[in-house]
Design a protein around this ligand. Sequence first.
Ligand code: SAM
Length: 274
Amino acid sequence: MEWFEESYGDASLRIRIKRVIADFESRYQRIQLFETYSFGKMLVLDGKIQLTERDEAFYHEMLVHVPMLTHRNPKKVLIIGGGDGGSVRETLKHDPDEVVMVELDRDVIEVCRNHLGIDRGAFDDPRVTVLVEDGMDYVISAGEKFDAVIVDGTDPNPFSQHISSAEFYQACERISDVFATQSQSPFAQLEYFREVLENIAGVMDFRVYINFVPAYPLGLWSYVIHPERYPEAEEIRRRFIEREIRTVHYNPEIHIASFALPEWIRMIVDRIRK
Ligand code: SAM
């Protein structure tokens, strides 16, 4: 294969492939790992790009540092999905006592750990517990609370659509101080974006923030957050410095600016939040 192409309706993104590292069907999905010419290694699940080495930090840093810096002192963190290890890696930068990652597909973890390595050792950190099970089952039966619950899931498919259901969000709200989830592209996947917001709106108040991730559908990406309290800008800046976080994309100014929504997104969000 010379090119990998992912289509979103009438548009598509094409990335030139140098080499296929892995390509097989797991129990849940087709897993492909490619080496590309200019995006580094690229993980694809069921034909959808999950990350490229070149821009994965744009996504993982915004998904993780916004909720983690929203919390005063996050020591216990739950990640749902995230089998590539990028979210766990970023979470460890906050020096938590305990991180639990619940990923459904063992093969995603294995391929990424053995051939991708973006976890940079996070999977072997003694503070990290990796559980291979359904995120929904875990949160429904969880008997403990977390300072932050972060959802790093896939686009909706038969085994992942319930981790964007109202029932799932209800359970997450019950066990978290700060909750955050990725919510796909408001431009290329408007229907799914709306559905996530509607399901969350029935359960908790929330805000949406956005950033740019080039390898995701048409580049614009979104996230939803629900804290007990939003910190002032000064507090975010102070926490970032105190925790000595090193990043390639995130900084406190981007954090603050990412909540400024263009009118067309603000109107969608406001209609649903009412
Ligand atoms: N946000 C990235 C994206 O959309 O491109 C997601 C990347 S991460 C690899 C998503 C992970 O969520 C996958 O490894 C998938 O196996 C996992 N996942 C999907 N449904 C799940 C569920 N019900 N419970 C736990 N993990 C799940």
